[in-house]
Design a protein around this ligand. Structure first.
Ligand SMILES: Cc1ncc(COP(=O)(O)O)c(C=O)c1O
Length: 431
């Protein structure tokens, strides 16, 4: 079983090396996002080794759209789950073959559907109306696409409302409870419809709930296959997309459910998924990236007041949008190192608040923290920052996106995955 979180000792040692690499750090780099590229590769191998070989692992681009990482992912033999046409283009340009791209946008235009069908990517329809649009377009073109339909199993929301999508009311997919017969009728009407898709949320949904959602859609798929057997010996639903959503740990001391354990639970609850009648698609994002990335951000000022101390640093709500707006739902562990990257020890008598550089009050990424004595010029290491961070970058105050650097555990040096934005890049963005 692979470890779930990177250790603070490893991060500190990587940062010490990074400081010495003059091609990497410049005085303008007040914050850098690091990715352990071996860790990402291990997660992918884990998926590939645990699931049946025929499964397509379409990694969610929304979790991390860095093109250099996408290009690497493509060489690892996985696919890309894309939730918008621009993400679709990123995947195409990074080299993903059409049959490895899964297009899931909940708001596809007619021309986007036509583009996807002509390209031959896997397409998951989000509604009855979208199925009708696909039907109309397929009358006019030939397509190699496999088409599925997203079902909301309505098994309830998890602990994080903003990322749970399987409540009774959800903007995603077709709610199953009141639409069972109508969904079956669609399969009768459209012989090109051969897949189902379910994804109930990201991070906040406990594994048993994720599995309950899949089981509910599996029961529907089995019923459809049974009923449609009257017309054909072949199973109509051949592709089953189980989505992503495996929660990860943001606390170094908490062990999450591993991919191995998840799969074992899934096999017990849904054995029919593994008896060869379905080709599986997965859409993990957070599991691959969250624990592989971390941020080193310089402590610019330390504001000491009676009873509390505020660290002013260089990333905040711009990079940690969810944490700043929904602080109770999200957590990032924080470690302090000195200006050479060495871990600081001890505990200061005062509690710390970690505030970002933006001009609004919620630009805070941690409160009530016990830390060693923090001084100007130290760095804070923000753990588990690899997913849904840069992809949700906020342009407020127009701060430049930080540099992103990849590294390998076997000491191969650093690889710039994205340069820090220049003032010209920024001017261009707003022009
Ligand atoms: C349709 C779909 N698939 C996959 C994912 C990836 O989820 P996660 O990153 O939690 O694995 C998401 C994220 O919300 C999603 O909406």
């Amino acid at each position: 079983m692979i470890q779930s979180n990177l250790s603070k000792e490893d991060m500190s040692s990587v940062l010490s090396k990074a400081f010495k690499d003059k091609t990497l750090f410049s005085p303008d780099d007040t914050a850098i996002l690091f990715y352990n590229l071996n860790f990402i590769q291990e997660k992918i191998s884990d998926l590939q080794n645990l699931f049946p070989e025929s499964a397509l692992h379409a990694i969610a681009v929304k979790a991390n759209p860095l093109t250099k990482i996408l290009a690497k992912m493509q060489t690892f033999g996985v696919g890309a789950e894309v939730a918008s046409l621009p993400e679709f283009h990123l995947a195409e340009m990074a080299g993903f073959a059409p049959e490895t791209i899964v297009f899931d946008s909940p708001c596809k235009t007619k021309s986007e559907i036509e583009y996807a069908l002509k390209a031959g990517v896997h397409l998951n329809a989000d509604s009855f109306d979208e199925l009708d649009r696909i039907g109309e377009i397929l009358k006019t073109i030939r397509s190699k696409s496999i088409v599925g339909v997203r079902i909301n199993p309505q098994v309830g929301t998890g602990t994080i409302k903003s990322t749970s999508v399987a409540g009774d009311i959800s903007k995603f997919g077709i709610p199953v409870n009141d639409n069972r017969e109508k969904i079956i009728a669609c399969f009768l009407k459209y012989d090109w419809l051969t897949g189902v898709h379910v994804h109930i949320g990201s991070q906040g949904c406990p594994v048993p709930l994720v599995i309950e959602g899949i089981r509910k859609v599996l029961d529907l798929a089995l019923e459809i296959n049974e009923r449609l057997k009257l017309n054909s010996a072949q199973n109509r639903i051949e592709t089953f997309d189980i989505g992503g959503g495996l929660p990860v740990s943001y606390h170094p001391e908490i062990q999450p459910v591993s991919m191995e354990q998840y799969l074992a639970m899934l096999k017990t609850a849904c054995p029919e998924l593994f008896n060869g009648q379905f080709r599986l698609i997965t859409e993990f994002g957070r599991y691959i990236y969250a624990n592989s990335g971390w941020v080193a951000s310089k402590v610019e000022y330390v504001k000491r007041e009676p009873g509390y101390t505020i660290i002013m640093t260089h990333v905040g709500a711009d990079l940690f949008l969810r944490k700043s707006y929904n602080p109770a739902d999200w957590h990032h562990h924080i470690t302090v190192v000195d200006k050479n990257g060495n871990l600081k020890t001890g505990t200061d008598a005062t509690k710390y608040i970690v505030a970002g550089p933006l001009c609004f009050a919620s630009d805070v990424i941690a409160r009530d923290l016990e830390l060693p004595v923090v001084e100007e010029g130290d760095y804070i290491l923000i753990h588990d920052a690899g997913a849904y961070t840069l992809s949700m970058w906020s342009r407020y105050n127009s701060r430049q996106m930080p540099k992103v650097a990849g590294y390998y555990t076997e000491n191969k040096g650093f690889e710039i995955l994205k340069d820090r934005e220049t003032k010209e890049d920024l001017y261009e963005f707003w022009s």
